[in-house]
Design a binder for this molecule. Sequence first.
Ligand SMILES: N[C@@H](CCC(=O)N[C@@H](CS)C(=O)NCC(=O)O)C(=O)O
Length: 214
Amino acid sequence: MKLTLHAYCHSVYCWIARLALAAKGVAFEYVEINPFTDKSWTRHPFGKVPLLETPKGDLFETAALTRFVDEALPGPALMPEAPFERARVHQIVSLMDAEGCRPLVHPIAAEGYFRRRAGGRPDPATVEAGLAAAPRLLEVLETLLPRQGLAGTGQLSLADIHAAPMIDYALLAPESAGLLAPYPALADWFATVSTHDAFKATRPDLPPLDVAVS
Ligand SMILES: N[C@@H](CCC(=O)N[C@@H](CS)C(=O)NCC(=O)O)C(=O)O
C-alpha cells in the first residue's frame, strides 16, 4: 500500500506516527512540513501535522492514524487481543491526548527545551506550572503503563507508542531531571521502551542542552 506521511521533524505527534510505522516495519514516503511556518499547508483542515495520505484518502488525528497503521498493514500487532486490554490501550492513548501533551509537551518541553534551543529564555513560572501538573498524570501512568505493550510480548503497543515520545520530550527540559524518580515502574517501562529499535530509529535528533538549572 502506498503511504505518504506529511510530518514535521520536531513534532511529538509526528514522532508517534513515525514510531507506529517503524514498529510495523512498513515503508512509506515522507514529506517534511513545518506547520508553524508553511502557510501553504492547507491539506489538513486545521493546518496541523501529521497527515497520512493513503489510497483510500487522507487520515489525520494521530490516534486514528496509528490505529489504521496497525490494523491495515502487515507486521507485529500493536494492540492486544482481549477486550479489556484493548480498552486499556485506548484509555492510555486518550489519556495522553487529553492530559499528557499538556503538561509534558506544552509547557515543559516547549518552554524548557525548545525555547532555549531557539535562543530564547524560558519563563520559569510556565515550566514550574507544567512540572507541578505532571505528577497527577505520572501517578496514573505508574499504575497503567508498565502493564501494557512490552510487558510480556517484547512488542510495542499503541499505548507505548503514544506515551513514550511525550515523556521523552518532557525529559528534554533541564528542569525535568528526576521527573520519573518517584515512579519506579514507569521509569523502568520508559527505559525499556527507549531501547526498542523502532524508538531509537525514529527519535528526533534533539541533543541535550548544556544548561544547569537549580
Ligand atoms: N490532535 C492532533 C494534534 C496534532 C498537533 O497538534 N500537531 C502540531 C505539531 S505537534 C501542529 O501541527 N501544530 C501546528 C499548529 O497548531 O498550527 C493529532 O492528534 O494529530
